[in-house]
Write a protein of this length. Structure first.
Length: 169
């Protein structure tokens, strides 16, 4: 098995970096969000054959890779140099918290929409989750386009306040 099949992350990061250099910082998360939205919407309509699931999950993987690989660099670009540690920590925490909340919400949907007298989720449970993922992904796309109107430029570092002079006696 080739390395690309076992570890698609580095390949997607390379694509994201090339796209960023060619088109700007906001294009990569916007494109990733658009791929995610399209992939989830298509999954609602086409999920009956294995090849559909494989193809659409590849699209979703590419979209996820583009978004997640571009955000840390974007955060570093727009954060003041003396606050990059805080900014990346907030990003990491928000990403973890968002994943936890999303997982819990989707588990609640899947466990509430089940086939009668079983614990097996219905098809509509899955399509509901996929529509919600498509909407959230569209939000990522819109946020990248609106909030990042101009390519990210580093914010200036605020100068440290001058030390108070000691009173002379």
């Amino acid at each position: 098995m080739s390395t690309a099949r076992r570890r698609p992350g580095p390949a997607v990061r390379g694509v994201a970096l090339a796209l960023r250099r060619a088109t700007g910082a906001r294009t990569v998360p916007a494109l990733g969000g658009a791929l995610l939205a399209a992939g989830y919407a298509a999954l609602v309509l086409a999920h009956h054959a294995i090849w559909q699931l494989v193809l659409l999950n590849a699209v979703l993987g590419l979209g996820t890779g583009l978004v997640l690989s571009s955000l840390p660099g974007l955060i570093l670009d727009v954060s003041p140099a003396d606050r990059t540690g805080i900014a990346t920590g907030v990003y990491s925490t928000a990403k973890t918290l968002g994943g936890s909340i999303g997982s819990a919400a989707f588990a609640a949907i899947l466990s509430s929409l089940t086939i009668r007298n079983t614990a097996v989720p219905t098809q509509s449970a899955y399509t509901t989750v996929w529509w919600l993922c498509a909407a959230a992904s569209l939000g990522v796309t819109l946020a990248a386009c609106v909030l990042l109107r101009h390519d990210a430029a580093p914010l200036p570092v605020e100068p440290a306040p001058a030390p108070a002079s000691a009173p002379t006696v």
